[in-house]
Write a protein that binds this ligand. Structure first.
Ligand code: GDP
Ligand code: MG
Length: 331
């Protein structure tokens, strides 16, 4: 499961958003962690089709990091897989664009400090025993340093795989995928992003979301309807965070359960099988694969098989978004 850190200035609405997520999901062991299901309408469709007893969505964990962007908080943000930036867009004095710019500067400065620190050490090492490895590290860190000094996030750099690995090893914050949530006033939640605020921010009212998160669907619809809003906005935040993570979702379905699984984009079939169980990776023989749309078109797994829509794929198959898989294995 991937971890998403909620970043923002004080009073932007981080904890309010977190409360909404907690009510919608479950607290994940610690009071500042919430495990939330990733909405995916394909699960219900397949579950009905195959008469599955269980439906299991993918999950992500949101973390309302105590202390926020303090030295201690930053250490925790470095462990996250993605960042959810919350900017305040409610209230007369709101300046969401300025707030986002300030947040970016803070993240850049935090990265600059750790890159400078890392450079010192790597330069010393490059004169020692593991000189070659350290020189590659120095090169990546120097490239990163130049970007950060120009106040640019590391996502704007072009690092090779080794360089990328070095920087993610430092937990570089501006290398992580991020999404932006604009926390607007209740009465503005229906009208979209605040004026002139571009960059794909998701407008929601955190306070309203927290209020409706604990309600059943009918009550929620009534309260939201009063503000001219058709549906809860929380799902959009969760789905956007999940998309930002550069994962793909594949599915398994049968009488026992229909389930969504996450795997790194570009993963081959055995790696995907390993997400389900290590035995399936070790003993991988082949995968029966059908795209979600083809499967739904066929009406069931058996009829897809009958129509010759199941492909038999081997170890070199790159799993695609929405593939429905049946792994054949022997241990
Ligand atoms: N009017 C209004 N107040 C909000 C909204 N979101 C948060 N607040 C208030 O702003 C204050 C700070 O919110 P909080 O979520 O604790 O911010 P944090 O510091 O980012 O964690 C609290 O008093 C909230 O009730 C909102 O959408 N509208
Ligand atoms: Mg807070």
């Amino acid at each position: 499961m991937k971890d998403i850190g909620i970043v923002g200035m004080p009073f932007s609405g981080k904890s309010t958003l977190f409360t909404a997520l907690t009510r919608a999901g479950s607290a994940g062991g610690r009071s500042h962690q919430a495990v939330v299901e990733v909405p995916d309408e394909r699960i219900a469709v397949l579950a009905v089709m195959e008469k599955s007893r269980k439906r299991v969505p993918a999950k992500v964990k949101f973390v309302d990091v105590p202390g926020g962007l303090t030295a201690q908080g930053i250490g925790e943000f470095r462990q996250m897989d993605a960042l959810c930036m919350v900017v305040r867009a409610y209230g007369a004095d709101a300046d969401p664009k300025g707030e986002l710019a300030s947040l970016e500067v803070e993240l850049v400065l935090a990265d600059l400090a750790s890159v400078e620190n890392g450079l010192d050490k790597a330069r010393k090492k490059s004169r020692g025993a593991q000189a070659n490895e350290a020189r590659a590290e120095v090169a990546a860190l120097e490239q990163a340093h130049a970007l950060l000094e120009a106040e640019r996030p590391l996502t704007e750099g072009t690092f090779d795989e080794a360089g990328h690995k070095v920087l993610s090893g430092y937990g570089a914050l501006t290398l992580k995928p991020w999404i932006v949530v604009a926390n607007v006033a209740e009465e503005d939640a229906a009208s979209g992003a605040p004026d002139g605020f571009v960059g794909g921010a998701i407008p929601i009212s955190a306070a309203l979301e927290a209020e409706v998160a604990g309600l059943d669907d009918a009550e929620a619809a009534e309260l939201l309807g009063g503000f001219g809003i058709e549906e809860r906005g929380l799902d959009r935040v969760v789905a956007a965070c999940y998309r930002a993570l550069d994962l793909i979702t594949f599915l398994t379905t049968g009488e026992d359960e229909t389930r969504a699984w996450e795997v790194r984009r570009g993963a081959k079939a055995p790696e995907a099988a390993g997400v389900i169980h290590t035995d399936l990776q070790r003993g991988f023989i082949r995968a029966e694969v059908v795209g979600y749309d083809d499967l739904v078109g066929a009406g069931s797994w058996d009829s897809a098989k009958g129509k010759g829509l199941l492909r038999v794929e081997g170890k070199d198959y790159t799993v695609g978004e929405g593939d429905v898989l049946n792994i054949r294995f022997a241990v």
